[in-house]
Design a protein around this ligand. Structure first.
Ligand SMILES: [Zn+2]
Length: 262
């Protein structure tokens, strides 16, 4: 960006590009916590399964900063329709998620749209930590450490086995900083989030949100100190009235032809 250019602001939806964060964009939501229908704190290493009806909003607050919230999205009435990293990256034209991004399933159909984001960039590529990946990356002594994949499986099974191990796909890492390097590699870098930064999504149809608040201790994604996140949920009418200028879902993505995400 040249020095004469200004951050792009769209007056109707409040989206603001971050010139110092490649691919970054923020938007402050107008919703306030006192109007939320649910308010929950997820300890580090724990997880949640949250159902959102169409139009409802979920805000994930990085209470202490530098935390990673590993998250998956499913159509509530058919968990075979799930967040597809490949289809979303293609429809967004961006490997990072940010304010205004619409997350789509493997057929390009919208699941959720990011209506609020004060962090500005989120990882789609790093995946969830697992016992196996910990051993490969950090050594055998990490074999029995807690990992997000275990949390996904446990939380799914605790809710009537709606989601099972086979339903896990490549996930979003909210707040996590995994830059794509010029030679095509990934780096797990120190975070760009900070205390009380948040990301907020609006359900574009009934969805299940499966969240693992990452317990990782072996890379800087959590600052080597996993901390809690707060989940705030607003019903559709309250959200529409309280923040009417939120960005609309991106329209018309084409179905994936490679089965990505299944
Ligand atoms: Zn993790």
């Amino acid at each position: 960006m040249s020095t004469t250019e200004q951050p792009r602001t769209t007056p109707t939806d409040g989206l603001v590009d971050l010139p110092d964060v490649p691919g970054g964009r923020i938007r402050e939501s107008a919703l306030i916590a006192v109007d939320a229908r649910a308010d929950d704190v997820v300890p580090a290493g724990d997880g949640r399964l949250v159902r959102l009806e169409a139009g409802e909003r979920l805000r994930i607050v990085d209470l202490c900063g530098n935390q990673a919230a590993d998250t998956l999205f499913y159509a509530a009435d058919d968990v075979g329709s799930r967040y597809s990293a490949a289809a979303t990256i293609r429809s967004e034209g961006n490997v990072y998620l940010r304010a205004g991004s619409t997350l789509v399933d493997q057929d390009g159909v919208a699941l959720v749209t990011i209506t609020g984001d004060t962090c500005g960039r989120h990882d789609t590529l790093g995946g969830a930590c697992s016992q196996e990946s910990n051993v490969v990356r950090y050594g055998k002594h990490t074999r029995h450490m807690h990992a997000c994949r275990n949390t996904f499986v446990r939380v799914g099974l605790e809710h009537g086995e709606v989601l099972q191990k086979r339903d896990l796909a490549a996930n979003v890492n909210f707040f996590m900083n995994v830059p794509l390097t010029p030679d095509g590699g990934l780096r797990f870098d120190d975070g760009i989030s900070a205390p009380d930064r948040y990301v907020e999504v609006r359900a574009e149809r009934p969805v299940l949100v499966l969240l693992s608040n990452c317990p990782q201790l072996n890379n800087p994604c959590n600052g080597y100190d996993p901390t809690p996140v707060r989940l705030l949920t607003w019903d559709a009418a309250t959200a529409a009235a309280g923040d009417p200028d939120a960005p609309a879902a991106r329209p018309g993505t084409e179905p994936a032809t490679d089965g990505a995400g299944r």
